[in-house]
Design a protein around this ligand. Structure first.
Ligand SMILES: Nc1ncnc2c1ncn2[C@@H]1O[C@H](COP(=O)(O)OP(=O)(O)OP(=O)(O)O)[C@@H](O)[C@H]1O
Ligand code: SF4
Ligand SMILES: [Mg+2]
Length: 413
C-alpha cells in the first residue's frame, strides 16, 4: 500500500470531513446547553467545603477548520477560599480558556466544554442530606442560571481595560449598571453613591469627576482600577485576573497588584491570577499551577514551585527569569522549541521534544501525576510512573527538536 506523506495541507475531502464533524459536534453541545435542567441536575457535592472552585478533569476544545484544538485537556486543580492561585505557562497553553470555561464565556459554538466538572461552592446550593457542602457544576449549568453567578460571585479582570470598558458610556453609567443588575433593591441614587464609594476604594482621587468621565479620558492604570471596582462591586467570592497588568508600565503594575492583594484580604475573596510573569506570581500567589499544552504539569505552593521546582519545564521557566545577579554579557536562557500545536497530540509527554531529560517511556505514554507531598504534584517520569522502561536518555538533541515536533504536529483533523 502506498504510504501517505506527512503534509501541512488538508485535502478538500479531509476538510469537508472536518467541517461535517464540527457541525455535528457543535449542534450537539449547543443543544445540551439549551435543554431544561432541574437544579438538582447540576448540583454536586464539593470535595472540600474550603474550596471555592474545584476543577476536575476539565476538557475544553475548539472545533476549527484544521481539526479539534484541545485547548484544555484534562485540567484539575482547586481554588481554595481566601487564597491567590497563580496560573503560569507559555502563550497558548490554555490559561485563558480555563478561566473562560469557569465563566462560561468560551467562544461558542466552536468552543465547547466537552468533559469534566467545574464545581462552584455557592451559598445558595446548601448542604446535602449527609452533611456535605453542595455546589453547582458550572460545566453543566444552564446559561440562564449562570447569569446569577457571573459578574457577581465570580468576576473577571481582563488584560486590556480599554477594550473591556464600553467607550460610548461614562464610567459611572457602567459601574451603576453592574449594581442595578445584581442588586434588585438598588435605586439610581443608591447605585451612584455605591459606584463613587467603589472608585474611592480602588484608590481613585476625585471619584465624582471620574464617575462622569468616559474611558478614553482616563490613563491605563485608572481604567484598570475602574475594572477592579466593577469586579468587586457584587462582593465576589472569586476574581479571575487574566494578565491584569501586562498592558501597564512597571510602576503602575506594582500599584495594581498591591491593590488586588489588599482587596483580596479586605473582601475575603479568592483570586485566580493568570500571568506570564514569574515575578508577579512570586509576589502574589499562595499556590501555583504550571500549565503546558492544555495540561497541568506541576502544582504546588509558591515556595515549592520557586525553591524546589521539579518538572523540567518549570525548571526552564525559572532559569529564563532575569535576576539582578544575572551576567549582563550572557544571553538570557530560553527553553528551546515551542509549545506543540494542540491538535491531535500523540499520547506521550507533550514536553518531550524540548526536554533534555527525555527517556524512552516519555514517548510511549503521557505521564501520570505523581504526588510528591500533600501540596506538591508533578506529571513527569523523572519522579515515578507506571511504565517499566529503564531510563533511557534521549539521543535527540535540541536542534533536532523543532523539526520532529513540526512533523508530529501536522494538522490532519
Ligand atoms: N476562539 C478560538 N478558536 C480556536 N482556537 C482557540 C480559540 N481561543 C483559543 N484557542 C486556542 O486554544 C489554545 C489555548 O489558548 P489560550 O488563550 O487559553 O492560551 P493562553 O495560555 O491564555 O495564552 P496567552 O498567554 O497568550 O494568553 C491556543 O492554542 C489557542 O490557539
Ligand atoms: S516526562 Fe520525560 S520528557 Fe516529559 S518532562 Fe519528564 S523527563 Fe522530560
Ligand atoms: Mg491568555
Amino acid at each position: 500500500m502506498k504510504e501517505k506523506k506527512a503534509s501541512n495541507y488538508i485535502s478538500i475531502r479531509e476538510s469537508r470531513k472536518i467541517i461535517k464533524y464540527n457541525i455535528k459536534m457543535m449542534r450537539y453541545y449547543e443543544k445540551l446547553k439549551r435543554r431544561k435542567l432541574a437544579e438538582s441536575d447540576y448540583t454536586v457535592k464539593m470535595r472540600d467545603e474550603n474550596n471555592i472552585v474545584e476543577i476536575d478533569g476539565l476538557k475544553t476544545c475548539f472545533f476549527t477548520d484544521n481539526g479539534t484544538v484541545m485547548s484544555v485537556n484534562g485540567v484539575s486543580f482547586d481554588i481554595p477560599k481566601n487564597k491567590i492561585i497563580g496560573v503560569v505557562g507559555e502563550s497558548g497553553c490554555g490559561k485563558s480558556v480555563t478561566s473562560l470555561s469557569i465563566m462560561q464565556l468560551v467562544q461558542a459554538p466552536q468552543g465547547q466544554v466537552v468533559e469534566g466538572q467545574i464545581r462552584f461552592n455557592s451559598d445558595a446550593a446548601g448542604v446535602s442530606e449527609d452533611g456535605k457542602k453542595l455546589g453547582y457544576d458550572i460545566a453543566k449549568m444552564p446559561t440562564k442560571e449562570m447569569y446569577k453567578i457571573r459578574g457577581k460571585d465570580i468576576t473577571m479582570i481582563f488584560q486590556e481595560p480599554m477594550t473591556s470598558l464600553n467607550p460610548v458610556f461614562t464610567i459611572g453609567y457602567q459601574l451603576d449598571e453592574v449594581t442595578l443588575l445584581h442588586d434588585k433593591s438598588a435605586t439610581k441614587a443608591s447605585a451612584k453613591a455605591y459606584s463613587i464609594e467603589l472608585l474611592k476604594k480602588v484608590g481613585i482621587s476625585m471619584p465624582e469627576h471620574v464617575y462622569k468621565s468616559y474611558p478614553h479620558e482616563l490613563s491605563g492604570g485608572m481604567r484598570q482600577r475602574v475594572m477592579i471596582a466593577m469586579a468587586i462591586s457584587g462582593h465576589p467570592k472569586l476574581i479571575i485576573a487574566d494578565e491584569p497588568t501586562t498592558a501597564l508600565d512597571v510602576t503602575i503594575q506594582a500599584q495594581i497588584l498591591e491593590l488586588l492583594r489588599e482587596l483580596q484580604r479586605s473582601e475575603g475573596c479568592s483570586i485566580m491570577l493568570i500571568t506570564h510573569d514569574l515575578g508577579v506570581i512570586a509576589e502574589m500567589a499562595d499556590e501555583v499551577v504550571v500549565m503546558y499544552a492544555g495540561k497541568v504539569i506541576e502544582h504546588g505552593t509558591a515556595e515549592e514551585i520557586f525553591f524546589n521546582p521539579k518538572h523540567p519545564y518549570t525548571i526552564g521557566l525559572q532559569k529564563s527569569k532575569p535576576l539582578l545577579s544575572s551576567d549582563a554579557n550572557k544571553p538570557l536562557y530560553s527553553i528551546p522549541g515551542q509549545v506543540p500545536n494542540p491538535i491531535n497530540l500523540p499520547d506521550a509527554c507533550y514536553f518531550k521534544n524540548r526536554c533534555d531529560k527525555c527517556m524512552g517511556k516519555c514517548r510511549a505514554k503521557y505521564p501520570d501525576t505523581i504526588e510528591l507531598s500533600d501540596t506538591h504534584s508533578v506529571a513527569c517520569y523523572l519522579y515515578g510512573g507506571e511504565t517499566s522502561d529503564s531510563a533511557e536518555t534521549a539521543e535527540h538533541g535540541s536542534s533536532e527538536t523543532q523539526a520532529s515536533e513540526n512533523t508530529e504536529n501536522v494538522q490532519q483533523g
